[in-house]
Design a binder for this molecule. Structure first.
Ligand SMILES: *[C@@H]1O[C@H](CO)[C@@H](O)[C@H](O)[C@H]1NC(C)=O
Ligand SMILES: *[C@@H]1O[C@H](CO)[C@@H](O)[C@H](O)[C@H]1NC(C)=O
Ligand SMILES: *[C@@H]1O[C@H](CO)[C@@H](O)[C@H](O)[C@H]1NC(C)=O
Length: 189
């Protein structure tokens, strides 16, 4: 008798949890609005053998058929680049930086240009102190690409969201590019 009652109670609890969790899931979808927005730019100047004084990025790993001076053939597949790029509030290279974009990208497709990004925005300005951490696949040829904002510190403590990346400028010699980063936090603190 007692056992049966416990069994029924457990079954009811299970049904209740199932119903309420799917309800909560639907509600989350409705509340799909960012709690904070931030648009920033960063500027990448890749070392090319002649611009050591000005370069903010370097090829640190290359496949056997390439080298660390110039990006490899076959869509740069296998190249790993480390960068320490200035972040600005607008798209001007010479605007005062509000922080640095630091991390790496690696080219990881053999039949088109894509990169895999893992980097942080280290911000230290009158407006923002803290870091924002990004990870994700970057299909470079697509105009707007989304990567994950996996966390943060300081002003961005426990923040998460999605960043839309757009190539705002790109030079044919592949030395300079500028990315516009449209950050939408869906979890703030
Ligand atoms: C690197 O490779 C490029 C061709 O991809 C070549 O022109 C250049 O001379 C190489 N540089 C060095 C230092 O080997
Ligand atoms: C942030 O900037 C201030 C003022 O320029 C400087 O004193 C401080 O050391 C910086 N902090 C970090 C973590 O870079
Ligand atoms: C550094 O490189 C960038 C991008 O190529 C260029 O716009 C800028 O004028 C350069 N600065 C110097 C001092 O060479």
């Amino acid at each position: 008798m007692g056992e049966k009652r416990v069994y029924i109670a457990a079954l009811l609890l299970f049904l209740l949890l199932t119903v309420s969790s799917s309800h909560a899931h639907k509600q989350n979808k409705k509340l799909y609005k960012p709690c904070k927005n931030l648009v920033l730019f960063f500027h990448n100047v890749l070392y090319n053998g002649h611009n050591a004084a000005n370069a903010t990025a370097a090829i640190v790993g290359a496949p056997e058929w390439g080298n660390r001076t110039l990006l490899a053939k076959k869509f740069h597949f296998g190249d790993v680049v480390v960068f320490d790029d200035p972040i600005t509030l607008d798209n001007k290279f010479h605007s005062p930086p509000v922080g640095r974009a630091q991390g790496q990208y690696m080219y990881d497709t053999q039949n088109t240009y894509t990169a895999w990004l893992a980097f942080s925005f280290v911000l230290n300005s009158t407006d923002y102190h803290g870091t924002i951490n990004f990870i994700g696949a970057d299909p470079i040829m697509i105009k707007a690409r989304d990567i994950s904002v996996v966390g943060g510190t300081g002003d961005f403590f426990m923040h998460r969201g999605v960043a839309t990346i757009m190539t705002d400028a790109y030079e044919e010699d592949e030395v300079y590019f500028r990315l516009r980063v449209d950050i939408k936090f869906y979890e703030c603190w």
